[in-house]
Design a protein around this ligand. Structure first.
Ligand code: ZN
Length: 276
């Protein structure tokens, strides 16, 4: 699933291509992509002929502001990606949403599994959507160590599950939660409330370093190549992962063996020798 570094990498390309352009046509090939739109017929009507004023992001949500005060939201779901191509380029399979700009560029949302979605929200609808429940963004609004410690205090859930909870902190998914915990030397099953204040400091630093590092490489394209950059290149962080997907391999820090453990139905990869 695309996480913060993949969505931010996507956002940067999308912002450069879309900001200041006007939407001339909108095509939706799969109605399921509009399931979060209160009235699906609103989507195309609210998008067409509007100028894209800015393209932001909160956690894993891409949020474009249009000049009619509509927020165009895109969530990539499990396996969605954005392709930016000239409007006359041939359509690839599963191009479920195609937004054509007056600059001659298409924003194409390719999503074989249709777990992603798009919506065009009024300010009130945005306020009523799940987006308003998101915690602070892990990249642009990362809480200070003391605040992070406070968010975890008294919690009995495993720290791994808390890092995945988008209402606490928005942006981390399974890959970068494991990477962060490895960097911070914290075992994933530890209750959040048992994380000491010095560990919260290490955790905060690890979140920042992990996200910065992953962004430098354009995020992580796994073997399925579900995630690609908008120009079709792969995100090359996969070769630099420390824990995620490395079951049975040597820990890059201590030489121990990375194991896989299921915590709250999610695979967690970690090193029992150097993560406590
Ligand atoms: Zn280790």
């Amino acid at each position: 699933m695309p996480e913060l570094p993949e969505v931010e990498t996507t956002r940067r390309s999308v912002a450069a291509a879309l900001e200041g352009s006007r939407i001339s046509q909108v095509g939706v090939a799969r109605d399921r992509m509009l399931r979060r739109q209160p009235n699906p017929a609103d989507f195309v009507r609210r998008m067409r002929n509007q100028e894209v004023v800015g393209v932001g992001r909160h956690g894993k949500f891409l949020m474009a502001n249009l000049d009619n005060d509509i927020t165009w939201v895109t969530h990539l779901g499990m396996s969605g990606r954005i392709s930016l191509v000239p409007s006359d380029a041939p359509l690839v399979a599963h191009s479920n949403v195609v937004v054509t700009l007056d600059s001659g560029i298409d924003f194409r949302f390719v999503d074989p599994r249709t777990f992603g979605f798009v919506a065009a929200y009024t300010p009130d609808e945005l306020e009523e959507s799940s987006i308003s429940q998101l915690g602070r963004d892990a990249l642009t609004d990362l809480p200070r160590s003391r605040q992070l410690h406070g968010l975890l205090a008294g919690r009995s859930a495993p720290i791994k599950a808390l890092l995945l909870d988008q209402r606490i902190l928005a942006g981390l998914g399974n890959i970068y939660a494991d990477e962060t915990l490895h960097r911070a030397k914290i075992a994933p099953h530890r209750p959040g409330g048992a994380v000491a204040s010095t560990e919260a400091t290490a955790l905060r630093r690890a979140i920042k370093e992990t996200l910065d590092h992953a962004l430098r490489y354009g995020g992580t394209s796994l073997d399925d190549l579900a995630y690609l950059l908008p120009d079709g290149r792969t995100g090359d962080y996969v070769d630099r992962l420390r824990a995620y997907g490395r079951e049975g391999e040597r820990c890059r820090r201590c030489g121990g063996t990375i194991i896989r453990e299921v915590i709250r139905q999610r695979s967690s990869f970690w090193c029992p020798q150097c993560q406590q």
